[in-house]
Design a protein. Structure first.
Length: 87
């Protein structure tokens, strides 16, 4: 192993590599692995769709400034704006 190898800033030890090797050689529970969620959690019962949106640098700066002021994400602000269209 190369010196100073790390995962998320945590050094990887020879003992950790040996434990991973033993786990892999023993075999994995495939059913347990399939049960793990992948990606971000859903927002409701129906599947969500990702939509690409092009914004100018000024629009992104305005969105980010408002998001910081309101302690929200870009997505939250955009969803709120869309909801406001129905009001």
């Amino acid at each position: 192993m190369a010196e100073n190898e790390s995962i998320d800033g945590v050094p990887v030890t020879e003992e950790q590599i040996e434990a991973w090797t033993a786990e892999a050689e023993h075999g994995f529970d495939v059913d347990a692995l399939k049960k793990r969620g992948r990606g971000r959690p859903g927002r409701g019962a129906a599947a969500s769709q990702v939509i690409a949106l092009r914004l100018t640098p000024d629009e992104v700066a305005a969105l980010d400034a408002r998001a910081a002021r309101e302690h929200k994400t870009r997505s939250e602000l955009i969803r709120e704006a869309l909801t406001a269209l129905d009001a």
